[in-house]
Design a protein around this ligand. Structure first.
Ligand code: NAD
Length: 240
């Protein structure tokens, strides 16, 4: 009987329309902790739960504390793409993969060379003044202290989707379109517990739904193929 990895290899080699949908687990092998694993952010103790500190209300009411947490925990220092990011970028270049849909905000897919990246939760690399809209790069947030301020005096806010904030409608629509049209959908490194992102699986109509995760997810039963393990290692061992 064929192993799951052999089937995945065949599907990847035979497709020109793969879509990848991933989460924080895609970047743990780059040294960025996820939220819900053993050593994830939810297991570390803070004055408030991470979900509270990353909420819109907390950002408005405790802005300085938000930025202290954000600078310490949400901005990775020196993180580099791992074999999972690199394989996805290569597949896109080879014409096998159409889009990467990600819940991550770290920008590592683009650093690996992926072009069509749909960032459901925004990016740490884009920041705007809440008053005049002026754009600022990540370095402005890193190099500032306390609440980062624009030249006009307004607060600079990272373009990341905080809890209680809606997703960007255009990004969401593009993700639904890509997944609905996909031949192979590979879902990896996500606990599939953050909604509405997790509901994207429902847009897929094909028979090649692959779930790659270290822990079991609530949607394993719906998958055509489940691979349990580290996504970077699994993609490396495929040798495609
Ligand atoms: P999560 O923390 O809820 O779940 C991560 C899942 O990935 C877990 O089920 C874990 O078993 C699995 N995992 C961890 N490392 C893995 C690996 N190397 N290979 C395969 N599986 C692995 O993450 P989520 O579902 O993405 O939801 C959390 C939210 O927080 C999302 O919005 C996410 O974008 C955000 N977040 C982003 C980053 C980042 O940008 N790197 C980091 C932390 C959290």
């Amino acid at each position: 009987m064929k192993e799951a990895k052999d089937i995945l290899r065949e599907w990847v080699q035979g497709s020109e329309n793969i879509v990848f949908f991933g989460g924080a687990g895609v970047s743990t092998e780059s040294g960025i902790p996820d939220f819900r694993s053993e050593d994830g952010l939810y297991r570390q103790s803070f004055r408030y739960p991470p979900e509270t500190m990353l909420s819109h209300t907390f950002f408005l009411r405790h802005t300085a504390e938000f930025f202290a947490f954000y600078r310490a925990k949400m901005i990775p220092r020196g993180a580099k793409p791992n074999p999972a990011h690199c394989a996805l970028a290569r597949w896109e270049k080879e014409g096998r993969l159409r889009a990467v849909v990600t819940q991550n905000i770290d920008g590592l897919h683009q650093l690996a060379g992926s072009k069509n990246v749909l960032e459901l939760h925004g990016s740490i690399h884009r920041n705007h003044c809440m008053r005049c809209g002026n754009f600022y790069p990540l370095s402005t947030i890193e190099e500032s202290e306390g609440v980062p301020r624009c030249a006009c005096g307004g607060t600079i806010k990272p373009d990341v989707v905080l809890y209680e904030e809606p997703l960007d409608e255009a990004v969401w629509a593009a993700a639904v379109r890509a997944i609905a049209a996909a031949d192979v959908l590979i879902v990896g490194g996500t606990s599939l517990t953050v909604y509405p992102a997790a509901a994207l699986l429902d847009a897929y109509c094909g028979q090649k739904l692959v779930l790659i995760n270290r822990d079991a997810t609530a949607r394993d039963n719906a998958a055509n193929l489940v691979l349990r393990g580290s996504i970077g290692e699994i993609f490396s061992s495929l040798k495609v």
